[in-house]
Write a protein that binds this ligand. Structure first.
Ligand code: ZN
Ligand code: ZN
Length: 133
């Protein structure tokens, strides 16, 4: 699938049992996410979010507790640490401004944020497709 934000290729997440959408696709360049096949929508494309609201906290047994990392993709933190069973926290966002936030994650977040075109940052810049009832 082509990314509607930057035009590059998106990759499909391995299925997560806790998620109701049947497919999740992410762009490896700008990290835009597209959900396919929800209950009310055929396609859900969440709008741009500022960096403080955008990233989930990475959770894994092997990660040290004194540094917080952003969940990147499929078992990997944004700064590249791989741990088996890593998942995004559904309760906590990763906060780049916190004292224990990983510096490499923070840097990566800044780089990715710059890749998201200004014209695509409006609330209506991405289009979702409602399910026809
Ligand atoms: Zn993209
Ligand atoms: Zn990190």
């Amino acid at each position: 699938m082509e990314c509607d934000v930057c035009g590059r290729a998106m990759w499909r997440w391995p299925a997560l049992p806790t998620v109701t959408h049947s497919e999740i696709w992410s762009c490896s360049w700008c990290h835009a996410t597209t959900y396919m096949g929800g209950e009310w929508f055929e396609v859900v494309r969440p709008p741009y979010l500022p960096v403080e609201m955008r990233w989930d906290l990475a959770v894994a047994d092997g990660l040290p507790a004194d540094v917080s990392h952003a969940f990147g993709s499929s078992g990997r933190t944004l700064c590249g640490i791989r741990e088996v069973g890593m998942s995004p926290s559904f309760d906590h966002k990763w906060e780049p401004g916190r004292g224990d936030a990983c510096g490499a994650c923070r840097e990566e977040v800044g780089v990715i944020d710059e890749r998201w075109p200004w014209a695509k940052r409006g609330e209506d810049a991405r289009v979702s497709v409602a399910r026809r009832l």
